[in-house]
Design a protein around this ligand. Sequence first.
Ligand SMILES: Cc1cc2nc3c(=O)[nH]c(=O)nc-3n(C[C@H](O)[C@H](O)[C@H](O)COP(=O)(O)OP(=O)(O)OC[C@H]3O[C@@H](n4cnc5c(N)ncnc54)[C@H](O)[C@@H]3O)c2cc1C
Length: 421
Amino acid sequence: MTSMTPSNPDARHVIVVGGGAAGMMAAITTAELGADVVLLEKNDRLGKKLRITGKGRCNVTNDCDLNEFLSNVPTNPRFLYTALSKFSTADTQSFFEALGVPLKTERGKRVFPQSDKAGDIVAALDRKCRSLGVKILHQKVRELLVEGQVAYGVRTSEGDLQADAIIVCTGGKSYPTTGSDGDGYRFAESVGHTVTKISPSLVPLVADGRLCPSMQGLSLKNVALTIVDKTTQKVVYRDFGEMMFTHFGLTGPLILSASAHLADIDQKKYEAHIDLKPALDEKMLNARILSDFEKYRNRDFLNALDDLLPQKMIAPFVHLCEIDGRKKVHSITREERERMIRVLKDLSVPLIGFRPINEAIVTRGGVHVKEIDPKTMQSKLISGLYFAGEVLDVDAYTGGFNLQIAFSTAYLAGTSAACGI
Ligand SMILES: Cc1cc2nc3c(=O)[nH]c(=O)nc-3n(C[C@H](O)[C@H](O)[C@H](O)COP(=O)(O)OP(=O)(O)OC[C@H]3O[C@@H](n4cnc5c(N)ncnc54)[C@H](O)[C@@H]3O)c2cc1C
């Protein structure tokens, strides 16, 4: 058993497991309060997932107030109340600005580094850890060491390490090549914690039928998406934005956001309805079609749609309208035009599942929050054991909320672990 060599013999010894967003924040907070901190990360560098967030730009938080924040957390929002009160979205922004990373706020209050470089966020956290004397060890933690309901250390690939407190920040199970492959769930279960059902969230959707593959690679900006529960006819999601057709179904920002609202997708009860021309009502659309038909009056229907639709969509659209593609546009009937309008305003795609968890932005499910004290992030079962970040059973929509959850829970866990509360 190797004890950590303390620089200050009276300092509390804290081990942080996982050097992602939560782990680095927990290490910084704990070290700032005078603890001796060891940060254990199995990858050869810190923040591998953080580097790919926000398409490499890192949507680091959302500049909204607490209530708006909680309304963007579908799973266990109240559990986050204290964490977000102690370390708010404003605190995250001041924190990074003070570390020399200027930020900017974009549409939807999404906050990014001005440089548009996620690497700047990682570098700032990494630098701060080192400047505070956090000992960074690139070792894989294999198990937690617990005796008599008290956590006293961890077993790593290189040996055992002892501490007064352990903070588990191992992340979820999505994008496992970044290092977050579910170890934290195993650690939690091994000491008696419950881990709720793990499933993907913010994930592409699998669709039924040939329509999506026939338009694979086609990306649409400015469409309106409505998802309906076919069993109740209730709208479960409605928004406007960007999406893409793929060989398996649908992806893109709008679809990833929608996926967080489709918990029962396995029951195949959801249908996506895409309004391809949300800026035009039916009357305007009819006028638009008539003007296109006038322009191309001697063309076949199939060759008269270039102004209305992207090339990849024309053949599937003609098929869906049940109009002969070789029919001259001047002979298209009013009824046929009405069919065109129906398809343009309501392209229907039956949804049958999520893509696998390794393609998800976040993991839904995790360490049961009823077993964690929301005021400290300490386990209610094992003293000296804390959890922070995506390993917990909390997840949020897109917009910078998931990273903020990692930072806030880590700050609270770090403060508590440093003070032994
Ligand atoms: C492609 C993508 C884009 C995203 N974009 C955004 C965004 O723009 N904004 C946003 O808010 N959220 C975004 N997210 C979600 C966000 O990245 C996560 O919610 C967040 O990183 C969770 O932080 P964490 O510290 O809990 O876990 P992670 O960042 O996953 O870190 C966990 C760390 O623990 C380490 N680890 C695991 N097991 C062990 C072990 N046994 N021993 C040692 N180390 C271990 C891992 O190697 C990893 O480095 C995105 C996610 C993905 C996949």
